[in-house]
Design a protein around this ligand. Structure first.
Ligand SMILES: NC(=O)c1ccc[n+]([C@@H]2O[C@H](COP(=O)([O-])OP(=O)(O)OC[C@H]3O[C@@H](n4cnc5c(N)ncnc54)[C@H](O)[C@@H]3O)[C@@H](O)[C@H]2O)c1
Length: 270
């Protein structure tokens, strides 16, 4: 169903790898709501080719960019503004990767070269994206910039490993840069803290099945799906949320405010 909430809006969507990706669902819903956008991902992810299907479906151009490369990002933002015919109204940063998680390194034995790589990809890239847009004056007034995060930034989930620290850094960048964007251009910057979701990035975390099942039982509304996350992103890109900025917004069915649920207690009372 479309209410044309994003009619006339232009944007860039980072991170659609396959149909499970949260960014994929965001692109589908932004298209349904009348937005025009450029899709982007790391050149290495392009090789899998699935993004072409999304581009066709949503009538979008793809401009590859490694989100850690200032050169790639400059090329992307210049290309997007040219392709879409003017400055942008929204940007989605939906990027995460930890080499330590991938290679099964325990948090107490982190490889710091890998840590730096994951930190650059998962957190600093958000600053790089915003600095590029800033330098090129590529955002319209009252635009909206979003990144996706996870609650391990606030509470400990042992197997989330160094991604927890990356997410804490990412959320801090949203607040710090959000201030400057607000003052300069009335642009808002927020993070959405999403429930565990079965995607390529998500399922890389050790014990992810158990993680999802636990969160489902703890959340009064149940886990939020990728599609539901996409709807929240659409709302954050729309003019209905113009004064929401520098926030970390939990989209988790209530998980973050629950101490224990009856369903989880039942497991221990057997
Ligand atoms: N899946 C979950 O449980 C969950 C929960 C909360 C938050 N998130 C966050 O949502 C976001 C999207 O993840 P997802 O779950 O849709 O998984 P996903 O694997 O589909 O998406 C991650 C994306 O990051 C991209 N990426 C990696 N390195 C990159 C680079 N150098 N430059 C550009 N792009 C790069 C990948 O190609 C991929 O498209 C991430 O920030 C993730 O941490 C996921």
């Amino acid at each position: 169903m479309s209410n044309n909430l994003l009619k006339g809006k232009r944007g860039i969507i980072f991170g659609a790898l396959n149909k499970e990706s949260i960014a994929w669902k965001v692109a589908e819903q932004c298209h349904e709501q009348g937005a025009e956008f450029v899709l982007t991902n790391a050149p290495i992810a392009m090789r899998m080719g699935e993004i072409n299907e999304l581009a066709e479906k949503t009538g979008s151009k793809i401009i590859p960019a490694d989100a850690t490369s200032m050169e790639d990002l400059e090329n992307l933002f210049k290309g997007a503004v040219e392709e879409l015919g003017g400055p942008l109204d929204f940007v989605l940063h939906s990027i995460g990767m930890s080499v330590n998680v991938r290679k099964g390194k325990h948090y107490t034995e982190l490889n710091y070269d890998w840590l730096e790589k994951g930190w650059d990809v998962s957190a600093v890239s958000f600053h790089k994206v915003m600095q590029t847009a800033w330098n090129l004056d590529a955002m319209n007034e009252w635009g909206s910039i979003l990144a996706l995060t996870y609650m391990a930034a606030q509470r400990t989930f042992p197997d989330y490993n160094d991604m927890a620290d990356n997410k804490a850094y990412l959320e801090s960048i949203a607040r710090s840069f959000g201030y400057h964007w607000g003052v300069k251009k009335k642009v808002r910057v927020n993070t959405i803290s999403q429930s565990p979701t079965m995607t390529t990035a998500g399922s890389g975390v050790k014990g992810f099945d158990g993680f999802i099942a636990y969160a489902e039982k703890m959340s009064p509304l149940g886990n939020a799906t990728a599609d539901e996350c996409a709807s929240y992103c659409v709302m954050m890109f729309s003019d209905l949320t113009k004064k929401v900025t520098m926030q970390n917004l939990f989209h988790d069915g209530g998980f973050s405010n629950v101490g224990v649920s009856d369903m989880v207690m039942d497991e221990f009372m057997k």
